[in-house]
Design a binder for this molecule. Structure first.
Ligand code: 3HC
Ligand code: NAI
Length: 696
């Protein structure tokens, strides 16, 4: 017998403990052990009842995701759970940590469930593109009601033990000595001759006739494009419509369909990528990290204020500097307003608002930075201004302080060269709004030390961000690829597509909005001024005005002026097509001597997406991103790439690199341009029949 699960007797109760760190995942050895220990407990004449629990930090947190997609190994989890539910001795689940997915399903195979107060339960399978496939969709509605079950199963969120008790999932909250308390609880049940309580014998009845239809309607918008949430609803419906055994069969069919779907493959990839992305190749776990106990922020504008909030939220004090008192006051009042509006929505208390505001110290004086452990600069995007700031920071900050820049377009190596300590300089590229967006591109300069990279990656997690380590280049990973897509989108409109058509194709692919709705949100003036700079610098690609530039020149900056690529009505962010824009585009085509043609949706999709894949491939070749998964995470967390497609490079692998290479070659032949020059890595992988995720 393996030691993944152990059996012992305590005070007349057989205790079955799962020992499979870190999360007691229910891999084959655990399932086998659970079955064997159950048999042992049933055969143990001195055990009056049984308790099942998790060793270490948690009750099992689910099936072992690493086994998915591999040939199944006996015993299956549903069979193990069936054996527990059929046991002729009472079984009590003793829960601490997180009883998730298959873990909660094991607990639902028991007669009673007790938990410590800090425990949580949940069925997060939907986040992996799956549904609870070991009876969860049949037992949960029987125990907690259809509405609760639908919410938990389609949402995948954790429910804290006290709430789970109110929902009927947990029978009792017990003290911290979990196993002792569970043993006492089991003894009490036995002494009271409490009945066995298999959930399969309970009835699942819907709260109302329309509960499933209503629920599905709500999901149409919330879960647009996802397959799993809708399968979850179907499975729960089966719990109401079918007898238990048939319901289980239906659950299995639906589970298998999801398991075989590209969506679940993609979502499982994202699960692991999200955990892998924090491990920077070449930087070991033992790399020393610096302590970050206080932070300075230079600039209290759009980004500076948002950046500061991340640290305040994590309880880290911030000193924020501006040039003028007026700008400082304005910056602080925006931060307070943001917090107050969160408090109004009930997500934090007014006390939290005061606590967070109490951690921020405004200043006009650089000398106040002399003791901080990290400074993040978020001043105007101009190399001259950055030079002045970094020379000053170098003078005033203590040795060992990390000096970071939030620049989105400037050369981080050049910025580092303004200091006498380039090894301590790094980019921390937040996305707007900086207090909301989860992505943080941590830009490693040529001279940045491993210690600084490790510290900043670690800090990203502390402030609730997903940090991705990237190298120095124009636009880093995200914006560099975005700019290629944007240029292609503009060219497609030149050739005859409408902005609405391009946006619809990208929206239907699963992005939250198309490229032009996004330009209107960001402000057309921003792209315009970047292109003006490029034009001045002699960039041959920026010499001609695009139709977007012409809109910006007319003062159509996007949502903020209620007119951009689209028009907007007061207080409404819905983009509406504008005949004035259509006219401007037609005139632009005439000026360029273009006869518009019909552009197919397929061409739009291929050109917008493949140009990004080609660029992503160049990014990998150059080592700007270490792995394809880093690019995937940038796109998922920075730009809303649909999770169910796994990120740009994962999606490309699923399409097939041979197919993409052929189209890229074709576009290069037809229209030329550096952006379509096939990346050698793409060529190589395609010829070897491999994908980006096989490369490293
Ligand atoms: N299977 C395999 N590995 C898992 C795992 C699982 N279910 N859950 C976590 N791990 C691994 C992680 O990959 C990570 O590995 P690493 O150290 O090599 O990177 C390690 O365990 C620790 O995980 P975290 O870094 O995520 O640790 P946290 O403490 O932050 O979070 C957690 C713990 C809340 C349990 C989180 O890991 C989690 O949400 N896990 C997934 C839970 C889940 O989805 N369960 C359902 C699985 S599907 C299922 O049960 C199907 C069934 O219905 C048939
Ligand atoms: P902003 O114009 O809103 O704010 C800049 C602030 O810096 C102003 O309040 C200004 O008074 C202040 N400032 C200028 N010089 C200063 C100095 N020497 N000391 C203290 N304060 C000074 O600009 P925004 O949008 O916040 O951008 C800041 C930086 O963040 C830029 O480098 C930009 O490229 C980058 N960025 C911007 C994003 C965006 O979406 N706005 C996204 C990601 C990065």
């Amino acid at each position: 017998m393996s030691d993944a699960v152990t059996y012992e007797r305590r005070d007349g109760i057989g205790v079955i403990t799962v020992n499979n760190p870190p999360v007691n995942a229910l891999g084959q050895a655990v399932r086998q052990g659970l079955k064997e220990c159950l048999d042992q407990g049933l055969a143990d004449g001195e055990a009056r009842a049984l308790v099942v629990t998790g060793g270490g930090n948690t009750f099992p947190a689910g099936a072992d995701i690493r086994e998915f997609g591999k040939p199944p190994q006996e015993p299956s989890l549903p069979d193990v759970i069936d054996a527990y539910e059929s046991s002729d001795k009472l079984v009590v689940a003793a829960i601490h940590g997180t009883a998730l997915g298959g873990g909660l399903e094991v607990a639902l195979g028991c007669d009673y469930r007790v938990a410590v107060e800090s425990a949580a339960v949940g069925v997060p399978e939907v986040k992996l593109g799956l549904l609870p496939g070991a009876g969860g969709t049949q037992r949960l509605p029987r125990l907690a009601g259809v509405q609760n079950a639908l919410e938990m199963i389609t949402g995948g969120n954790q429910v804290k033990a006290p709430k789970a008790r109110d929902m009927g999932i947990i029978d009792a909250i017990v003290g911290a000595d979990l196993v002792d308390e569970a043993v006492a609880y089991a003894n009490k049940l036995v002494s009271e001759a409490a009945p066995r309580r298999p959930i399969r014998d309970m009835e699942a009845s819907a709260e109302s006739d329309s509960v499933f239809d209503d629920f599905e309607k709500g999901l149409q918008k919330k879960a647009r494009g996802f397959l799993a949430p809708f399968h979850c609803v179907k499975a729960v419906r089966a719990a109401v419509d079918l007898p238990f055994r048939e319901g289980l069969k239906r659950e299995r069919e639906l589970f298998q369909e999801l398991m075989d779907s590209p969506q679940s493959k993609a979502q499982r990839h994202v699960f692991f990528a999200e955990r892998e992305v924090g491990k920077v190749p070449g930087i070991g776990k033992d790399t020393p990290k610096r302590e970050i106990k206080s932070v300075g922020v230079v600039g209290a504008g759009t980004m500076g204020g948002g950046i500061a909030m991340n640290f305040l939220n994590a309880g880290i004090p911030v000193i924020i500097k501006e040039v003028k008192q007026e700008a400082l006051d304005k910056g602080l009042s925006v931060i307070r307003k943001n917090y107050e509006s969160t408090a109004k929505k009930g997500r934090i208390s007014m006390d939290d608002v005061d606590k967070r505001m109490g951690l921020i110290m405004p200043t006009l004086d650089y000398d106040d930075f002399k003791d901080v452990d990290l400074v993040i600069e978020a001043v105007f995007e101009s190399m001259d201004v950055k030079q002045d700031v970094f020379e000053t920071l170098d003078r005033v900050c203590k040795p060992g302080a990390i000096l970071a820049t939030n620049t989105s377009t400037l050369d981080v190596n050049r910025i580092a060269s303004f200091t006498g300590r380039p090894e301590d300089v790094m980019g921390m590229h937040f996305f707007s709004p900086a207090n909301v967006m989860k992505l943080l591109e941590n830009v490693r300069g040529d001279k940045t030390s491993d210690e600084v990279v490790a510290t900043v990656m670690d800090l990203s997690k502390r402030i609730g961000k997903v940090g991705v380590c990237v190298g120095v280049c124009d636009g880093f990973v995200g914006n560099r690829m975005l700019h290629k897509r944007q240029a292609e989108a503009v060219a497609l409109v030149d050739e005859g597509a409408s902005p609405e058509q391009v946006d619809k194709v990208i929206y239907d692919f699963g992005f939250p909005m198309g490229p032009f709705a996004m330009s209107d949100l960001a402000g057309l003036d921003i792209g315009y001024s970047i292109r003006l700079e490029r034009r001045k610098a002699g960039d041959p690609d920026a010499q001609e005005l695009t139709w977007l530039d012409k809109l910006a020149e007319k003062g159509r900056y996007g949502q903020k002026t209620q007119a951009g690529v689209y028009r907007y009505e007061e207080g409404d962010r819905t983009p509406k097509p504008d005949p004035e824009v259509a006219e401007l585009i037609e005139q632009h085509r005439r000026d360029k001597g273009i006869t518009p043609r019909e552009v197919s949706d397929q061409e739009i999709l291929e050109r917008c997406m493949y140009v990004m894949v080609n660029e992503g491939s160049k990014i990998l070749e150059e080592g700007i991103a270490a792995r394809a998964l880093d690019v995937d995470i940038v796109w998922i967390y920075g730009y809303g790439f649909p999770v169910y497609r796994g990120g740009t490079m994962f999606w490309a692998d699923q399409v097939g690199l041979g197919e993409i290479r052929d189209r890229v070659r074709q576009f290069y032949q037809d229209q030329g341009g550096e952006q379509w020059k096939p990346s050698p890595l793409l060529e190589q992988l395609a010829s070897e029949g491999k994908g980006f995720h096989d490369a490293k």
